[in-house]
Design a protein around this ligand. Structure first.
Ligand SMILES: NC(=O)c1ccc[n+]([C@@H]2O[C@H](COP(=O)([O-])OP(=O)(O)OC[C@H]3O[C@@H](n4cnc5c(N)ncnc54)[C@H](OP(=O)(O)O)[C@@H]3O)[C@@H](O)[C@H]2O)c1
Length: 287
């Protein structure tokens, strides 16, 4: 017995020091030394890096022929992702060459039978479907249509779902009751159905070149300088009642870049991202 005990003690003292290791996405080793009892347990924060998505990603863009949706499609194609889209008019009036690389489905999100097959094999969805009109119409397009898509995607086992919602402009939002109530209903559904892979974007005004028929509207002429000034004036945004009016605009290319990353990067945090978050993520370098 004495010999066994002495062997055990000996073998314990000769054990190498125990290490707990974690490997962050960029390959850095994070270690905690369990022998170091004097220091409190410290975990180095893992740095996330915007790495290109694996080629197996299959992205479905809802509203891929719209202003935001078309930029999302282009960004995803640039990053080597397979892209398909659903909208009521399908490819619509897009004549750019990149549009040839998208698989266009025609379907109305309010009639799920018209598009459910488009979800086959899809790994991530970005919804850019929304619109204005009467309160009832706004609730249907921003709320019901997206809720249908979120439910169908969850049933099909889609991993990640990004929803382009909108910043609440406080008092001004009251005039667009159906729009905001629809957005909030879709947000709630997303948080329930995609607790680990659901990301909600809440941008204010999105600027860039918007096509209206054959015309191109350069919204960036106003949006870009305002974005530059207001992104550094965050305290103004906290002023009661009028604060939300100082929400900085954000460019459509930034929204698209961060949305594609949120849809394809498995460590992108789920939850709500406001315009300051979109601006911050858009500054991170692409690997
Ligand atoms: N633009 C901004 O400044 C801004 C700011 C904050 C938030 N947002 C939000 O960002 C999203 C995209 O905005 P956007 O400016 O790109 O809008 P948009 O150009 O009007 O695009 C809307 C897209 O939704 C599709 N769509 C509408 N109803 C549909 C339905 N029932 N079924 C399938 N597709 C449908 C449209 O295509 P079809 O007509 O062919 O169906 C179109 O592709 C919206 O949710 C909007 O509320 C925009």
């Amino acid at each position: 017995m004495k010999t066994i005990m002495s062997r055990l003690l000996h073998s314990q003292s000769s054990l190498p020091r125990l290490y707990t290791m974690a490997v962050s996405r960029n390959g850095r080793l994070l270690s905690t030394d369990s022998n170091n009892v004097d220091e409190p347990f410290k975990v180095e924060e893992a740095e996330t890096v915007d790495v290109p998505p694996p080629p197996t990603e299959k992205l479905l863009v809802l509203g891929g022929n719209g202003f935001v949706g078309s930029h999302v499609c282009r960004e995803a194609l640039d990053r080597g992702v397979f892209v398909s889209s659903i909208s009521r008019s399908g490819r619509s009036s897009l004549h750019d060459s990149w549009a040839n690389s998208v698989v266009w489905h025609q379907g109305d999100l309010l009639s799920p039978d018209s598009w459910k097959d488009a979800l086959n094999g899809v790994t991530a969805v970005i919804s850019c479907v929304g619109g204005f009109g009467s309160n009832a119409h706004m609730y249907k397009i921003n709320g019901t249509a997206n809720i249908n898509a979120i439910r169908a995607a969850a049933e099909q086992g889609v991993k990640r779902f990004v929803y382009i919602s909108a910043a609440d402009f406080g008092l001004a939002s009251y005039l667009l009751k159906g729009y905001y109530e629809g957005k909030k209903a879709a947000e709630t559904e997303l948080l329930i159905k995609f607790p680990y892979g659901g990301v909600i974007f809440r941008p204010g005004f999105i600027h860039g070149t918007r096509r209206v028929g054959s015309m191109k509207l350069p919204l960036g002429v106003i949006g870009a300088p305002l974005e530059m000034i207001l992104q550094h004036a965050k305290p103004l945004n906290q002023i009661p009642l009028i604060g939300p009016l100082f929400t900085p605009p954000v460019s459509v290319t930034k929204v698209a870049k961060v949305a594609v990353r949120a849809a394809t990067d498995p460590v992108f945090p789920p939850g709500i991202i406001d315009v300051y978050g979109i601006l911050r993520y858009s500054q991170q370098k692409t690997a």
